[in-house]
Design a protein around this ligand. Structure first.
Ligand code: DAH
Length: 344
């Protein structure tokens, strides 16, 4: 019996096991039902009582050593196995999720790029504005309904001083005022930005949206110049076959004023659901800068004339990609945003 114990001991000391499978074979051969150690315990029953104590101790020590070795080796092999899984260099690398531009940014950049090609520069202004830059300098009379709480988010109201009347700008036309106050003509700027209106949020309206404002002031600037610029813009933005039409309108800051439509980007003018079967889509307001506005901003209105225009970026994006619900632009749902991955 001693010999067999010694044999197992030796094997434990010089153990050469290199895989989980070999370990399992070893386990079965030593501690299995008919294993070498199991048999030794069987034989132990027949050992004479005087030897039982010593031999029993030895067998138990051996049994513990075997179990410990098996457990240690098993742990080692299992860890190796997971290591190999996590650092398998032959696996293709994990794809990093890269973000995509927001459709509003894509549309904004496209609009700005078109005007940059015509020599316009980009100007920015504050979102928190005063009454002067948003309304008064733009020829809004004091009682104009746009100043009403219904439309404008007021921050601090001071009836006596329009410069201390603080509000969130309702349009980016305020930036043209700041530019005119600080630059001398010729002026050619486009002003992108966020605007705010006190509107209930729905598929068709939102209290936050984006606009691009345009302004061109120089000597002898005419309505025809404006028309040509906006025609060029429409061709670049919506395609060479796009037609434009100007309908008379009213804005306090332009005279004459117009709304501009483009031929429907979906049906090409034949009539469809998107253009409500008119063949036309309204895309912006525009007009010749009112001489009162030039004067308010310190520009000689005898010498200079100019045109201005303003468009909604959401509207442009909507027409380009047929997004029918404005709220999608603000929810940042990854399933919506991912669809624009390939656009730029
Ligand atoms: N500010 C106008 C709006 O928010 C848009 C606009 C119309 C801007 C005509 C202009 C313009 O510069 O000439 O609805």
């Amino acid at each position: 019996m001693n010999e067999r114990i010694e044999k197992i001991k030796k094997e434990l000391e010089n153990i050469k096991i290199e895989s989980l499978q070999q370990l399992e074979e070893f386990r079965v051969r030593i501690t299995g039902k008919k294993g070498e150690l199991t048999q030794l315990f069987e034989n132990f029953k027949t050992v004479i009582p005087e030897k039982k104590k010593e031999l029993g101790k030895e067998l138990n020590l051996l049994k513990n050593a075997v179990i410990n070795t098996i457990n240690e080796l098993r742990e080692k092999f299992e860890n190796q196995e997971t290591d190999r899984n996590t650092i398998d260099l032959s696996l293709p690398s994990k794809q990093d999720d890269i973000g995509s531009r927001h459709p509003i940014s894509i549309a904004k950049n496209e609009i700005l790029d078109i005007f940059k090609r015509l020599g316009f520069t980009v100007a920015n202004g504050p979102e928190i504005e005063n009454d002067w830059h948003v309304f008064s300098a733009l020829n809004f009379p004091p009682e104009h309904p746009a100043r009403d709480m219904q439309d404008t988010f007021f921050i601090a109201k001071n009836a006596n001083n329009e410069h201390n009347n603080i509000l969130l700008r309702t349009h980016t036309s305020s930036v043209q005022v700041r530019v005119m106050e600080n630059q001398k003509p010729p002026i050619r700027v486009v002003c992108p930005g966020r605007v705010f209106r006190n509107e209930a949020i729905s598929a068709r309206a939102h209290c936050i949206f984006h606009q691009v404002e345009g302004l061109y002031i120089d000597e002898n600037v005419s309505f025809a110049d404006m028309k040509q610029t906006l025609l060029y813009f429409s061709h670049e933005m919506f395609g060479k076959n796009t037609k434009i039409r100007l309908r008379p309108s009213f804005f306090p800051f332009t005279e004459p004023s117009a709304e501009m439509d483009v031929s429907c980007t979906i049906c090409g003018g034949k009539g469809c659901n998107i253009c409500k079967h008119t063949g036309w889509l309204e895309i912006m307001g525009c007009g010749m800068v009112d001489p009162n506005v030039l004067e308010s901003c310190g520009i000689n209105n005898k010498k200079y004339t100019g045109y201005a225009f303003g468009m909604g970026i959401e509207r442009m994006a909507m027409l380009k990609w047929q997004v029918k619900d404005l709220r999608l632009y603000f929810e940042n749902d990854i399933r919506f945003l991912k669809q624009f991955e390939s656009v730029t």
